[in-house]
Ligand binder design. Sequence first.
Ligand SMILES: Cc1ncc(COP(=O)(O)O)c(C=O)c1O
Length: 260
Amino acid sequence: MNAHTHPYITTGLASSKFGVPISEATRLYRLAATLPGLRADGLGMHIGSQMEDLSPVVEATRGLAHLAAELLAQGVPLQHIDIGGGYPIAYGDTQPDTPSKLAMAIEPILRPLGLLVLTEPGRRLVGAAGALLVRILYQKRNGNHTFIVADGGMNALLRPALYRAQHRLVAVRENTGEVQAQVVGPVCESTDVLSLEETAPDVQPGELLAILDTGAYGFSMASEYNGRPRPAEVLVDGAAARLVRRRQSHEEMMAPEIDP
Ligand SMILES: Cc1ncc(COP(=O)(O)O)c(C=O)c1O
């Protein structure tokens, strides 16, 4: 099933490493029934992430429901059906499909089965709740290109480098103009960018820039690459803010190393 999202977050193609081909499922459930240590009482799928158009999920749900009905008719004691995740959030000005639109489309497909319906809404729950704050180190001109170099890059937010994902950038100082420049990180990789766009808020060295919608696949994908400790995490609740994870120190980063 083609999720029509970025190839790196598509999981349901025949060429993907995930799951099993639906054509093999019936044989596997029959096999499971013969194995005393296994109770195969559910059926699940996850065809991809950040699907701005959720119609591939409707189509895949139809296929999964068809299989479930077949298995139930054969006496497989199914209890639940799991339609996976992939609900999109608006990283920019787009208006992606909503979970309620999906729910209305799949309700008539799933209800006749009488099974418990499970779903796995990942980023939809937390994606918009996070922002990464980086401090600008300097602006640099290379030929015709201007780069705004920040103190955090792919080590703190991997999504632009990994998926060519575009997040919204907001200067913390109000009324900052726009400038022809690309915001990049400090890591020694050409893919170490925080934005793919050629315009950016005109943030000056020392100022803070917020990268929005980093609540999912942000800190959890952060690394120590290039000897950079992981960032701190601050919980903001209305006007109150509190540190919930302190910045990693160099000592903590090096601590697991064993002196030969
Ligand atoms: C099996 C499974 N379910 C759900 C999700 C959540 O995906 P998303 O956050 O894109 O909705 C993932 C993410 O990789 C996953 O692998």
